[in-house]
Design a protein around this ligand. Sequence first.
Ligand SMILES: [Zn+2]
Length: 96
Amino acid sequence: MRPVCVKCQCEMRCTKTGADIIVMSDGKPYQIWVGDIFGCLGCGVEIVTGWGNKPWKLSHEPNFDDLVNRLESSPSHRVEYVYEKPTPKGGNDAPD
Ligand SMILES: [Zn+2]
């Protein structure tokens, strides 16, 4: 069963498989996961789901920052961010 948008009462559609999900900590990239993006055809809300069992890169691993930069600048990758608290999309700073 696909995720359901409660607001629109319909199943969401997968819009991207294998998106790069960067988990932020203290405003900096901390982990990179792979997940799927599902969207609602009604209201347009999108969610990340289909996470694996563990991140594929951690910030203490070699070349982590270079990898983040490559993903962020690659037109073939979709990168989304996960902050500890709600953050307006496009914001670079996690709220305090
Ligand atoms: Zn909806």
